[in-house]
Design a binder for this molecule. Structure first.
Ligand code: MD3
Ligand code: FE
Length: 217
């Protein structure tokens, strides 16, 4: 490796940015693996197609979702829960690709969570105007495990606050290859995504993907 390669590798991966207590943004952490991650994602989505789930309140989510791993997150009129079978087809969720597990384990360790191994990956696809209203993630059995979130494609206007709904929301953009690790006191932070702005990304076209790696069981 030449000095120029070293310099480029360093500047390609800026230092972690602390977003909150226990929450770290790892800018472009996944950029060098993005094409392998997207190829693996394609394989998962052929087995478990994206779908617009129903909220318990009877609304249809604007974000299209699917899952892989031992457990998958599901929402319908009966509520939110993790399942070991895809309700859409009755088969197990597709296995989590090794490149997903490796990315999640490496990001968690970099952010100070060395024991983290995901058993679930929730896949969110944002088309034009898709959004996610502020919410907490608390359907996982043991909330001491962090959540590792990977953004691919078009940028998101992401918002996060504190453990109470009334806590002020801060805004940050999440871009292609960015990884955020949410643990500690930030694990129960309210967070959401503003409607996706239009545009085209060379790797994903007109959409954004978010993959969130969880230890659900
Ligand atoms: C902060 N997804 O799927 S990922 C979700 O961009 C979700 O699709 C968003 O919120 C997305 O539940 C945001 C970032 C994220 C994920 C989990 C968190 C932030 C979090 C859990 C606790 C605090
Ligand atoms: Fe969430």
């Amino acid at each position: 490796m030449t000095t120029a390669d070293l310099f480029r590798d360093l500047s390609d991966r800026p230092a972690p940015v602390r977003l909150g207590d226990g929450a770290w943004l790892l800018p472009r952490f996944a950029c060098d693996r993005a094409e392998a991650l997207l190829a693996a994602l394609d394989g998962v989505l052929r087995q478990a197609p994206l779908r617009h789930m129903q909220t318990p309140g009877g609304h249809t989510m604007t974000v299209a979702m699917s899952c892989c791993g031992e457990r998958g997150w599901h929402s319908d009129a009966a509520g939110y829960r993790y399942t070991t079978f895809d309700p859409h087809c009755g088969r197990r969720w597709p296995p989590m690709p090794a490149v997903f597990v490796e990315l999640a384990v490496a990001a968690a360790a970099t952010a100070g969570y060395p024991g983290f191994v995901p058993d679930s990956c929730l896949i969110n696809r944002y088309g034009a105007d898709a959004k996610l209203s502020p919410h907490q993630d608390r359907d996982e059995r043991d909330l001491s495990h962090p959540i590792v979130s990977l953004s691919l494609g078009l940028p998101a206007r992401f918002r996060f606050g504190g453990p109470r709904r009334r806590d002020r929301l801060l805004r940050t953009d999440l871009e292609h290859g960015d990884v955020v690790v949410w643990g500690g006191a930030s694990r129960l932070a309210y967070h959401g995504v503003l409607p996706l702005a239009g545009g085209r990304h060379p790797s994903t076209g007109d959409c954004r993907y978010n993959l969130s790696f969880r230890r659900a069981g």
